[in-house]
Design a protein around this ligand. Structure first.
Ligand SMILES: N[C@@H](CCC[C@H](N)C(=O)O)C(=O)O
Length: 305
């Protein structure tokens, strides 16, 4: 429970976790009061002046029947988003470690629907990430009709990409070699491109063979990360639709490997990978950031203002 010391704000227990180096601050907002403003999230995400993380994950009681928890996700820039695949695996491991559940199959409500997490052996978790969305307005992506590959103008140059939503928006480019791909330059331009009105995560996909791929992702609201689970799912969907990949693919990211399976049209994407706990900590919040019992429902990420 939170405690107050004279002249200081309340304290907050958190756990630092990662999925293949995509790192998280995870907070149990069921057994302690919790609320953080976006500016506070940005400060805490700082790797020099804060705890350092790509995303903040918050565990809340469910708001729907037949669901175990509600899962809220905030990017390092403070924006609330709909989906985080690596975070989902850490979420499953966290709620079991904290004894919030002993179930091995956990149903979780996200801002874009319900996902199912299956806890396996040796820290591995399988996530049913749901059916990918390819309809442009639902991604959202500006296009007059649905296509597998769109040509996008970036400062006078054209780039071919696929647009996929895994609950959150992704653009996927096929490149010859991820080591030399223009992730730092093209990533931020496409992340905030006007054709992605809610911004997007941008994946650079290298096909090794039909069941192996390499991937780097410039994440919306976090920059390039060591791994992006929803990005790996979107990349495999894009690769399958382009006829370049089979239905079961090992995706090599900077931080390690994920196995992604997609059986095609109308089928959900399954993601298999590890979840790792690094340490547990307690944070003294400034007086002005008093947690409240009722966390406010945030809006999905929009254009940076
Ligand atoms: N790292 C995540 C994705 C986190 C959210 C993303 N940056 C967004 O804004 O949609 C993953 O593993 O999927």
């Amino acid at each position: 429970m939170s405690q107050h010391r004279r002249g200081q704000g309340p304290s907050l227990r958190f756990t630092k976790m990662h999925g293949l180096g995509n790192d998280f601050m995870v907070v149990d907002a069921i057994s302690q009061p919790f609320r953080l403003r976006p500016d506070m999230i940005r400060k805490l995400s700082d790797r020099n002046f804060g705890i350092g993380f790509d995303q903040l994950l918050v565990v809340e009681p469910p708001g729907l029947p037949d669901v175990d928890f509600r899962y809220r996700i905030f990017n390092a820039d403070g924006s609330e988003v709909e989906q985080c695949g690596n975070g989902a695996r850490c979420f499953a491991s966290f709620v079991r470690d904290q004894r919030l559940t002993n179930k091995k199959i956990i149903r979780v409500q996200t801002a874009k629907g319900v996902i199912e997490l299956r806890v396996g052996r040796q820290g591995m978790v399988t996530v049913n990430m749901g059916v990918p969305e390819l309809n442009p307005p639902a991604i959202p992506f500006a296009a007059d009709r649905q296509k597998t590959v769109y040509t996008v103008d970036v400062d006078g140059q054209t780039v071919d990409l696929s647009a996929v939503s895994m609950g959150n928006p992704h653009g996927v480019l096929v490149v010859d070699n991820v080591d030399t791909a223009p992730v730092e330059t093209l990533g931020p331009r496409l992340e905030s491109h006007p054709r992605f009105p809610a911004r997007a995560n941008i994946g650079f996909l290298q096909i090794v063979d039909r069941s192996h791929a390499r991937l780097r992702v410039y994440e919306r609201g976090a920059g390039e990360t060591l791994a992006c689970g929803s990005g790996a799912c979107a990349a495999v969907v894009a690769g399958c639709l382009r006829g370049l990949l089979d239905s079961r693919v090992e995706v090599e990211l900077l931080g390690g490997r994920l196995v992604i399976e997609w059986k095609g049209d109308g089928a959900p994407v399954m993601m298999d990978g590890p979840a790792t706990t690094v340490f547990e900590g307690q944070l003294r919040l400034p007086g002005g950031d008093k947690p409240s019992r009722r966390p406010k429902q945030g809006k999905p990420a929009r254009q940076r203002s």
